[in-house]
Design a protein. Sequence first.
Length: 308
Amino acid sequence: SPPLLGLLPGRFSVFPLFFLALLLGFASLLWLQLSCSGEGPVPGGGQSRGGPRQPCPPQAPPPPAEDEPSWGPHRLALLVPFRERFEELLTFVPYMHRFLSKKRIRHHIFILNQVDHFRFNRASLINVGFLESGNDTDYIAMHDVDLLPLNEQLDYSFPEAGPFHVASPELHPLYHYKTYVGGILLLTKQHYEMCNGMSNRFWGWGREDDEFYRRIKGAGLQIRRPSGITTGYETFQHLHDPAWRKRDQKRIAAQKQEQFKVDREGGLNNMRYQIESRTALNVAGAPCTVLNILLDCDTSETPWCTFG
């Protein structure tokens, strides 16, 4: 037997010793909590000095309430196109809720989950999010789920002067061409309607942002971008793993030629979809709404919407 047990009486088993150790540990933790909070006696006797003690360990301050005047009158609809990116979602929702709450931006996060069997259509999902976001929001953020802002100086406030491209080419970790407007783009709802939303013809990955840039210019709107941000390409964290998440870059039928054209007819006006379900969700204390969306496709117009 171990030397310590050899010193104990013959009838003294291991179980009572283990129970006694647990009891002493619990008593120590209870004493520490009472002495830190000021609810127990002061070590050494006498009265506590300098007022009540602070909680131990220090408690994080609660998030500021949205009904405070400092939050301002506007409310953001954060539109997040989504399909099978659950690892990123679990990080994105609580992170963005904390980020926007700290900046006192009233917001509602919409996860736009495409559940049909067509190829992914980011632009159409954003159109759906715009139409379903409700009258309590007056501006939108077209926001990729795999892009997190790291610099608190980035502005997410109401873009009254025109579309505000948060993930500008000078800051985005991957895309640096001048006409890039993807990643994170803020618009008032009025300005988005002036553009007739985004084109619904872009199935698969890429090019919908480039077409939307032309719509913004065609509507006479001026794109603004952040200034005074010194963190450069370290301004955002990009969560996408290209080895694990293969992008759907396949070009089917006439898609390769059509992807460079401006869609002068389609957008919000011809959006066809169904909401399969609408669910309020809480991710690590952060609220969001998940819209399960069934998009519709006219294969005579865009035969590249299928995987065939």
